[in-house]
Design a protein around this ligand. Sequence first.
Ligand code: NCD
Length: 305
Amino acid sequence: MRHDHLITSKQLSRADVELVLDRAAEIDREPGAVADRHADALLGLLFFEPSTRTKLSFETAMKRLGGDVVDMGAVESSSVTKGETLADTVRVVEGYADALVLRHPREGAATMASEFADVPVVNAGDGAGHHPSQTLLDLYTIRENAGLEGLTIGVVGDLKYGRTVHSLAYALAEFGAQQHFVSPESLRLPREVVYDLHQEGASIREHEELADVLPSLDVLYVTRIQRERFPDEAEYREVAGRYRIDAESLAAADDGLTVMHPLPRVDEIAPDVDDTDHAAYFQQAHNGVPVRMALLDLLLGDPDE
Ligand code: NCD
C-alpha cells in the first residue's frame, strides 16, 4: 500500500481496498501459509475506549501471523491516570512495537499519533471520526454477500456520531454504490461528510423512514445509537429505539437482503433476525481476523526484505 498509516478510509483508493480484500481472501483460504510470516513482530494496542471485537480481532490477527501483542490495558491501570499525554504514550510504545493500533475518544487522535510514530499507526476509532479497519471488513463482508458492483445500500441509525458509517461511506463512494442514509433529523450525517461525498460524485440520499427504501436494498447496515457521544441524556432518549429491525419488518425486503451491523447491538436488531438468511453480522465480526491479518501483513511489509 502507498500509506504507512491507516487513519481514514479517505486515503484508500479502490485499488488499495482490493489489494487488502484479495489478500484477506487468500489468507482465509489458507491461513496456515502465513502462520509464521511475522514471527518477530509485536503489535502495540492502545485502547483508550472500550472494545471487544476490534481489539480481540487485531490481537488474534497478529498472533495468527506468528507475532504477539503488547497491550497498554485499561486506561485506569496505565500512566494515563498520572497525566501522561497521548503524544508521550505513543512515543514510548512505538519503541516497543512494530505497529500501533489506537482507539481514542478524541477525533483526530490517530492523526496526531501518526505524527509521533515511526511505525505504522492504525486508527481503530477516533471519537465520532473514522474507523477504517472496520470499513475493510465491512467491504469484505459486502463483497462476499452482495458484491461491490452496482450496490444499493441503506445505512440506518446514528449517522452523526457513528464513525463506522463515515468511513464506510467514503469507501463505498469509490465503488459507485447508491447509498441511502436513514436517520432522525438530529442524527443525520455530518454536513462536511455530505459535502465531501458530493465532491466525490457519490450517489447519496437522506431519509427519515426506512420503509421508503427497504425494498430496494441489497444491504442494510444497522448501527447503534452512540449513547456515549450525546452531550445530553434526554436527547439520547428521544431517539433511542427509533429504528428497530425484526424478522417481521424484513418481510418488505428483498429475499437476498444482507443485514449487517458493526456490533455491539443494543436493541436495533431483534434476536429473531439472527436465524434468518439475512443476518450477516456475526460473519462480519469473524471477517475481522482475516482482514486485519491482511492489513497488518501489508503494513508490516515483507519480513524477508
Ligand atoms: C463500533 C465502534 O467502536 O465504532 N464497534 C466496532 O468497532 N465494531 C460500533 C459501535 O460501537 O457502535
